[in-house]
Design a protein around this ligand. Sequence first.
Ligand SMILES: [Zn+2]
Length: 350
Amino acid sequence: MGCGLDAAASRPQGTTTGRRRVAINGRRIRTVDVHAHCAVPKAAAMLRRPAAAVGTADTALFLESTGLDERIATMDAQGIDVAVLSINPNWYDVDRDLATDVIRVQNESMTTFCASHADRFAAFASVALQFPDLAAAQLEQAVKRMGFRGVAIGGSVAGKELSDAVFHPFWAKAEELGAVVFIHPQASGTAAFADRLKGNGMLGNVIGNPLETTIALSHLIFEGTLDRFPGLKILAAHGGGYLPSYMSRSDHGCVTFPAQCSQNVPKLPPTAYLKRMYYDSLVFTPEGLRHLAAEVGADRIVMGTDYPFPWVHTPVDHILETTTLGDADRAAILGATATELLGLPRVTTL
Ligand SMILES: [Zn+2]
């Protein structure tokens, strides 16, 4: 059992000096980063393309290769006890045989890695979601045989929305297994959309990524996917994109223009579904985090850093400094909620 998380042996890792131990009012908090990327060089070589979204070569974590010392040093300095690794999908356009092999290599590699570093790392599995039946089988194997508790997917798949009926077998399996589904956006818009995001400012990422998440979550709500699979545990990157910032508009669309909406879909006001999902804390300011908590509930937020991309340098302090939230809420965001959600081992002395 590797990324099984509950099978962790808690083997001491790294040095104890220089490791920041986070506490609130003297009570030690075991912190968890749910948004941290890695790459598997062997899988990238099979795909004959660069390792997916791993940042700069000097900070990226390449499993079974390089970057571990730097990664642990950064975690120690930032006060992050456990990082939950994921690989951004760059295999949604390849054939079934290659996708099968790539996913096997990646999941086996992450399992081996996590087994060796169980006190500091866990991981989301990968699946070949362009073949939903295969993805469902891969997820089942990852959860039942390899001990994963969740899976990372993109915000859309080879031009198809996640709410497309072709993905129902995958969603059904994720619900059945109780697997957390981490939705991470990547550039996948139409050419016309991508063209509008060209120019200064890296808008394809700065605006495009949160927009991709906003679109993905909105389709899952408005097409009835979340009605059909009410037990899904969805975790959205980057604070859920723009959606929680302006979510009440979603409640007013079908009221204002009922002819534009299907009867009985969704069954509940759209914002009700947002309060059932989880979000990482990547919203940058205490005011942003306060607002996200006010809209979706503090118990729906978990810490994310996007490592090795240096969007944030003090992810723990961002949460500690959001003093509009009480001690219990901040402790939950720093680690308690992710520990519960992902079935991490509860270590009382750190
Ligand atoms: Zn990311």
